[in-house]
Write a protein that binds this ligand. Structure first.
Ligand SMILES: [Zn+2]
Length: 263
């Protein structure tokens, strides 16, 4: 989505006016952590885990240069609110007893720093995202859902091993720019959002859009949605509010199915 389209939409809905309001920062923190734990359970349920790879982060609502993340080595399917750890801008765990994936810190710290609007960022080695990433291409507007990424994702056209240093994280953040997602070549997908809800939803639907394009291109020559229709659809399905709302049924499902995630 272009800056102008995004501005138009924000005028319509008010800047993030759809987000819940909180009485206290503690309440807001609790809410973010619940969404984050639910995001991990969904990633686990959808099979996005691959050993110790993958991380979703949520900026702390008070200490804005700190973020909440999964404890290193814990399966996504087991993560509860009380398992989440808080990391400061130096990479130290300041709440929680577990360690943190170094790659999670190297990438996410730089994204949160470069994008003050990004409350959350999500990355995992999901199968279709990583298969798509090997092609070194952006997604095409082949389906209504894929239009969420039309002119609103980037390609990090490089691969230099496991991302352990901050400079590499900075380069990824620079490539992401003001988009909602980036394809990391030979690696996988990364998405961001103004809410945890949004970042997780973009990841889920981007993974499926990669799957859809891989299937379509394996079967034949897919017809592209025309540029003006893709732009219109991007405004409809690709907005911050749309990402936030789309996560809601997934959240309701996973909390009903696995209520211990809230512990
Ligand atoms: Zn990774």
């Amino acid at each position: 989505m272009t800056a102008t389209q995004s501005e138009d939409l924000q005028q319509l809905i008010g800047r993030d006016g759809y987000l819940p309001r909180f009485e206290s920062v503690e309440e807001e923190r609790r809410h973010r952590k619940e969404r984050l734990a639910a995001g991990f359970r969904l990633f686990g349920k959808f099979g996005f885990d691959e050993g110790v790879a993958g991380h979703i982060t949520a900026r702390d609502p008070e200490r804005l240069d700190h973020f909440w993340v999964n404890p290193f080595g814990m399966n996504f399917r087991h993560i509860r609110v009380s398992d989440l750890v808080l990391v400061n801008r130096a990479g130290d765990v300041v709440e929680g007893s577990a360690g943190v994936n170094r790659a999670a810190f190297a990438i996410h710290s730089q994204i949160h720093e470069a994008r003050p609007d990004a409350v959350a960022a999500a990355h995992a080695h999901s199968v279709h995202g990583k298969a798509w990433s090997t092609l070194g291409r952006l997604l095409d507007p082949l389906t209504q859902d894929a239009c969420a990424f039309y002119q609103d994702h980037a390609l990090f056209d490089d691969y230099t091993g496991v991302v352990l240093d901050l400079e590499e994280g900075k380069r990824i953040a620079h490539t992401l720019g003001d988009h909602k997602a980036v394809v990391l070549r030979n690696h996988g997908l990364l998405t961001v959002g103004h809410s945890v809800d949004e970042a997780v939803w973009w990841f889920v639907t981007m993974e499926r859009s990669c799957q859809a394009q891989l299937l379509a291109e394996a079967a034949g020559t897919p017809v592209h949605i025309a540029p003006e229709m893709a732009e219109l659809t991007a405004r409809q399905v690709g907005s911050h509010v749309s990402g936030f709302v789309s996560f809601s049924p997934l959240y309701e499902m996973i909390v009903r199915e696995q209520p211990d995630l809230l512990d």
